[in-house]
Design a protein around this ligand. Structure first.
Ligand code: AMP
Ligand code: GLY
Length: 420
């Protein structure tokens, strides 16, 4: 099979690394990829959101399966275009990707199908939104559309929430994505996520993984795309996992089908474990980054038949096996991330880190510059290790991190501690 992966971050390197191990694969391409994917695939100089050029390439090469990493091409309709041209895609249609692309769509679906989530209201008028805050407890204000993971303000009081409404709706800090907002009750609890494969009918859950969103140790500092992840997440007892599957994932997939918008691909549920049970914060229409890095290292089964079955509607015939080991991914980021940062700093020690037993260094924001690999993004590397226990995986991952340097490299030192 000829496979094309769309995207160029750590998630896509992990997917490429796993897909390349499949005996079914005869050629693997990644658009645009990064120096990490170049080790296992042929990188294409086509941006992930240039659907026209991606389609031309896929038709010319007779690509058998296209696997979409990021949300943007999905929301832009990549899957629709490819399917109209008889090309097989793993990932939802533009309409189905609204589950991530519009928070109002997603909350309405949750409400209609009884999926547990915080009480909310949607507004397209700032005055009405401010009036709604009166007499309410702490609220969270969210831009409806995509905002590169930054569109959510967790507010302490009414004044903060009113300020957030102004920034999103009046100052338009997220552009058109802020034409509409969601205001919802602020929840307390531990955040976890559960990802599942689905073909629109069957749901095949993955092992649980836990992300670390705040930039600094002890979950302090600004939110990021994710500073590290580990799997398994022990908080997911078999009973709790079943509860999330039955109360969140299955009703979401059934609800989308009932709406006439069948959902195919990865369904990612972001959850808060509250004293009232699991509450759904959001759905994503794709694999998580960095959750995918430890998940791919732990996946025992060939992933390619699963991806194909999602696209073909035959997922009921599939099962998934996982390695019993734990995996931990520590993200190494640029100085200043998630704020402004410099690029082009040469990275040392990649080979020494990769040489450690059980370690794979996934590239995210890197670039080849002559002989050197240099930094080119906020999240630069996902240093990932397998270990007999979470503790051992943590120790190995940090041993590998210790071998890698560039000026200003920054990472959390407590990834995985929550699992202990
Ligand atoms: P979202 O993109 O909707 O998942 O929101 C991003 C982050 O904001 C989440 O990972 C949470 O940390 C936080 N968040 C979102 N909704 C709530 C809520 N209702 N209560 C508390 N925190 C929230
Ligand atoms: N790690 C969070 C996400 O991929 O959305």
């Amino acid at each position: 099979m000829k496979i094309l992966i769309i995207g160029g971050g750590g998630r896509e390197h992990a997917l490429a690394w796993k897909i390349a191990q499949s005996p079914k694969v005869t050629a693997l391409f990644c658009a645009p990829g990064n120096p990490g994917t170049a080790q296992v695939a042929i990188n294409l100089d086509i941006p992930a959101d240039d659907i026209d050029r991606l389609l031309v390439f896929a038709l010319e090469q007779s690509i058998d399966l296209t696997v979409v990493g990021p949300e943007q091409p999905l929301v832009l309709g990549l899957a629709d275009w490819f399917q109209d041209n008889d090309l097989k895609v793993f990932g939802p249609s533009a309409k189905a990707a609204q589950l991530e692309g519009s928070k109002a769509f997603s909350k309405d679906l949750m409400q209609k199908y009884g999926i547990p989530t915080a009480a909310y209201a949607a507004f397209d008028n700032a005055d009405a939104a401010r009036a709604y805050l009166k007499g309410k407890g702490p609220q969270v204000v969210k831009a409806d559309g995509l905002a590169a993971g930054k569109g959510v303000f967790v507010c302490a009081d009414e004044a903060e929430a009113a300020e957030a409404i102004g920034q999103i709706m009046k100052d338009k800090i997220f552009g058109e994505s802020g034409n509409r907002i969601i205001i919802e009750e602020r929840l307390q609890g531990q955040e976890v996520s559960l990802l599942a494969f689905t073909d629109g009918i069957s749901v095949l859950p993955m092992e649980a993984a836990q992300d670390h969103k705040p930039a600094f140790d002890g979950d302090t500092g600004p939110n990021t795309g994710g500073m590290g992840a580990y799997s398994p997440a022990l908080i997911f007892t078999p009973e709790f996992k079943q509860e999330v599957i039955q109360r969140v994932l299955v009703p979401a997939v059934n609800g989308m089908r009932a709406e006439g918008i069948p959902y195919q691909g990865v369904l990612y549920a972001g959850l808060m474990i509250t004293d009232k049970g699991p509450m759904t914060l959001e759905f994503n229409a794709r694999f998580g980054d960095p959750e995918t890095q430890p998940l791919m290292m732990r996946m025992q089964s060939d992933i390619v038949p699963i991806l194909e079955a999602c696209a073909d509607g035959t997922l009921d015939t599939c099962s998934l096996e996982w390695k019993p080991e734990a995996a931990v991914c520590v993200v190494m980021a640029s100085e200043g991330y998630p704020g402004a940062y410099e690029k082009g700093r040469p990275i040392q020690g990649l080979e020494q880190a990769n040489a450690l037993s059980g370690v794979t260094v996934f590239h995210a924001g890197t670039k080849q510059q002559g002989e050197h690999i240099v930094t080119s993004g906020g999240r630069v590397l996902g240093v990932t290790a397998l270990g007999g226990t979470v503790q051992k995986a943590i120790a190995t991952a940090y041993q590998a991190v210790g071998k890698i340097q560039w000026p200003g490299a920054h990472y959390r030192t407590d990834i995985g501690q929550k699992a202990l």
